[in-house]
Each structure stands twice: as C-alpha cells, then as structure tokens.
Design a protein around this ligand. Structure first.
Ligand SMILES: NC(=O)c1ccc[n+]([C@@H]2O[C@H](COP(=O)([O-])OP(=O)(O)OC[C@H]3O[C@@H](n4cnc5c(N)ncnc54)[C@H](O)[C@@H]3O)[C@@H](O)[C@H]2O)c1
Length: 440
C-alpha cells in the first residue's frame, strides 16, 4: 500500500552553504566536493551519494540510489561561504591542516583559493587555546548577529543563491550549562543585547541562521542550538536543526561494536578509550573546558546503547573512560585505542583491543556533505525543529525532551531510511516477513 507523498519542493537554483570555521574538516570537505564534481573520485563515505535504499518487498528487487529517490541538491549547485578567525584562504588553511596530499590539493587549488573567510564572531573566553586577528568588532552579541546577517545577505545577493543551510565546523567551545538566558527566546534576545556570558559565539551564528529561516547543523559537541530558546525558535519558525558532534573515529566504532555485543547479551566490565592527535582540533581539546564538552558527548554513547537499567547484570558495573591527548607529531593522523573488557557464559572474562589509525577529517567530510543535503531536504519538506532522523551522523544526537536519544548506529540508519521512505510515500520497512501477515 502506497502512502501519500509529502510535498517536497524541488531543489531549484543554487544552495548557499554557510560554514563557521575554515579548518581541517571544512577544507577537506571543500577539496572533496570539487574533486567529485570534476569526476576524480566517487563520493566515498557519503550515504546520500553512494548508498542504496530498499523499497517495497524483497521480491520486488527495488534498490535505487538514495539520491534517485529523494530530490537532493546537486553538488554543482553548492556555493560555500565561510567565517574564520584567521584570514587564510581555503587553500592555505588546507595546507596547514595537512590532511590531503600536495597532489590532491594542487588539483583543486584554483577553487580553494577563491574561498576567503569573512571575519568571525569569536571570543577567546570560549575557546581558550585559540586566538586570531580576523574577528568582528562590535559592542554586543546583538551587534555581531546583525553583522552576520549582513554577511549572509551580501553573499546570497552576490552569488544568486536560492536557499541556504548553515553548518558549524568551527572549534569546540567550552562546556556551558543551560542557564537563564537559554530558557526562552525573549531571555535569549535580551541576553544578546546585554552580552550575557552564557551566550557563546556558536549560539550567535545559530540564532542568526534560525532567525533568518536557514537550517542549522552543529558539528561540534558544545551546546550551540541545543538550548530551549533556539529549539523553540526553530519550531516556531519551522526551521530544521540538527546536532551535535559529527560521529566519526572512535565513537563511530563504539556505536558499531556496542550494539553487537549487547545483541548477543555479552557483558561489559570496562571500556577504556584513548586517542592521540596533533591537529588544531586536538590543541583546542587540550583545554579542560573544551575537552569537557567533548567528554560529555563521548561518554553519553554507551549508557543509552547498553541500557544498564534494563540489563543490570551485564552493564551496571561498566567503567567507561575516555581520554584525548594532544600529540603534535601525529598531526591529523589520529590514533584511537580501545580496550574492552567483556564477559560471557559463566562469567568468563575476555578482551577486545582496537587500534584505529584513522583520519578524522576524511571521515567527517562525507558526513558534512550528507548533512548539508539532508537538512536542505528537510527544509524543502517543511520539517521544522530537531531532525532526530539525522542522529545517524552524530555522537550526541539532539532529541525531543520527552525521549532519550538513539545512539545505536543500526537503529539510526533504519530510522533515517524509513524517514526517506515516508517522505516519498513508500512503505516503511519493519523487516517482518510478509509470510507472517496471515497469522495475525
Ligand atoms: N574531524 C572530525 O572527525 C570531527 C568529528 C566530530 C566533531 N568535530 C568537530 O568539528 C569542528 C571542526 O574540526 P576541525 O578538525 O576542522 O578543527 P580545526 O581546528 O581544524 O578547524 C576549526 C576552525 O574553526 C575556526 N574557528 C574557531 N572558532 C570560530 C568562530 N567562532 N567562528 C569562525 N571560525 C572559528 C578555527 O580558527 C579553525 O580554523 C571541531 O569543533 C571538532 O571538534 C570534528
């Protein structure tokens, strides 16, 4: 039985992608989309570009590409606009990040050189290990919000932009608790005018985007749009928002392995995760305030997957520790070790060791692309507020207050694919065999 299709506006015209932060992730993303546009590589790691989706019953054999089922923007229509606290263009910043080889960067050099960041909304109070000269000067957050708004309008006009999305790829800010100014839209707007210290730069970007009807994605673990005032504003204006913290590297593996161990009712006594990395992100995370944001995001994963309340014998004594160590010689070539102490039949103990020699920005770039395309799709489908179906891409997924966030990668994938099926009027897939329908 076919469902009624949701009304989805066609992705006509150019899509403006607004990116605070022109560092390793952003420049790797930009170099990648340019080389994909030129046919140099397939979009490795991108579910929207390479993933197929099953439609209907298995005997129908319908497995089209996701991008052929839902109307996504074309990569050729993406135009980027960035802000950063350093004035380096995207080519210079990519060289500094040292993720891609010289050959790979040379082939997209001309494109990267055209991307010059605008001065950022920034305050070193919120990112202690970083300071730069390329920042906006204004009396209050409100003034800086108005400056961002002017930047966005000028960019849209100059580039003949039809629609926009904003995606945070800037540094991780210090851990902030929810406070008075975060509670309502009115309190937040008052706080912007009074320069409230509980409002951080990433919140000013998020507010500017949402207020202007532009979907917002938060790729870092700090709060940003994850405060009641901005969630209310997004709901009120029907603007999609999503976050937090791209799920890459160690946490990606954690959310692949933990559901598997739980599925087989194997107990876990301890999970020790440690990393060494030497890029700018690692330097920022070396500060205890920024690390606290990351730690909260990384630690939340296991509890919700393993449900110790439901399975006290298996998981209530789990000792979970996460460490990030800044180690400059490694640059962007992160190494993540996991030691997992598990137990099984008759309490017998076993161990799993993982050594993931990963490239964080290589894993993050396709996530950035997918999130841009999918949050734009959400906007064109009139889906405002928190986009829980995009949890698949986040370490610390935002969810409605009434439910717990879903961390299990496979449940997240099922939810995302069923949402896509739902949008185009296809049956949701429950994996219940049709042969059983007659029994009940
Ligand atoms: N690389 C990954 O796999 C990964 C995974 C999850 C989350 N993240 C998060 O994504 C973000 C980007 O990571 P990265 O590796 O590109 O870091 P990076 O340090 O290379 O780049 C961040 C850039 O943001 C700029 N910046 C900082 N504050 C800013 C502001 N207020 N406005 C504009 N620009 C600002 C910095 O100058 C820097 O150039 C970080 O918050 C990181 O924690 C990355």
């Amino acid at each position: 039985m076919k469902r009624e299709k949701k009304e989805i506006k066609k992705p006509a015209g150019r899509l403006g992608v607004l990116i605070p932060g022109l560092g390793a992730v952003t420049t790797t993303f930009m170099a990648g989309i340019e080389s994909i546009r030129r046919g140099e590589y397939p979009a490795f790691g991108s579910v929207t570009q390479m993933g197929h989706i099953r439609l209907g019953r298995r005997d129908e054999n319908r497995q089209p590409l996701i991008k052929d089922v839902v109307p996504l923007a074309e990569l050729d229509d993406i135009v980027c606009c960035c802000w950063d606290i350093f004035p380096d263009n995207a080519y210079e910043s990519a060289c500094h990040a040292n993720v891609l080889s010289k050959d790979q960067l040379d082939s997209v050099k001309n494109y990267l050189k055209t991307i010059n960041p605008l001065p950022a909304v920034f305050d070193t109070k919120y990112v202690k290990r970083l300071d730069g000269p390329h920042v906006k000067k204004g009396k209050s957050w409100w003034d800086k919000h108005l400056m961002l708004q002017n930047d966005i309008e000028a960019f849209a006009r100059a580039n003949d932009i039809e629609r926009m999305v904003m995606i945070w790829c800037g540094s991780t800010e210090i851990y902030l608790e929810n406070s008075e100014a975060h509670h309502t839209i009115e309190a937040f707007e008052k706080g912007l005018k009074l320069n409230d210290a509980s409002i951080s730069p990433s919140m000013v970007y998020a507010y500017t985007a949402i207020k202007n009807g532009i979907p917002f994605v938060n790729g870092a673990p700090h709060l940003s749009c994850d405060i009641p005032a901005l969630i209310q504003l997004a709901r009120k204006l029907g603007v999609p928002i999503a976050g937090k913290d791209y799920k890459t590297g160690q946490t990606l593996l954690k959310t692949i392995i933990a559901p598997g161990l739980k599925a087989r009712m194997l107990g876990i006594e301890g999970w020790f995760s440690t990393n060494i990395l030497g890029n700018r992100d690692g330097e920022v995370l070396d500060d205890p305030g920024s690390f606290k944001s990351k730690e909260v995001s990384k630690l939340s994963v296991l509890d919700t997957i393993l449900q110790p309340d439901l399975y006290p014998d298996l998981y209530s004594n789990l000792y979970h520790k996460v460490r990030i160590n800044y180690y400059p010689p490694r640059g962007d070539k992160k190494e993540g070790w996991d030691n997992i102490d598990i137990f099984g039949w008759m309490g017998k103990k076993m161990q799993i060791k993982i050594d993931f020699l990963c490239r964080d920005s290589i894993l993050a770039a396709p996530v950035v692309l997918d999130l841009i395309l999918l949050i734009d799709l959400a906007q064109r489908s009139q889906m405002g507020g928190i986009q829980e179906w995009l949890s698949f891409y986040f370490k610390s997924p935002m969810s409605d207050e009434s439910v717990y966030p879903e961390h299990d990668l496979f449940i997240q994938l099922l939810k995302m694919k069923n949402t896509l099926r739902f949008m185009v009027g296809e049956d949701l897939i429950t994996h219940l065999g049709t042969e059983y329908y007659d029994y009940f």
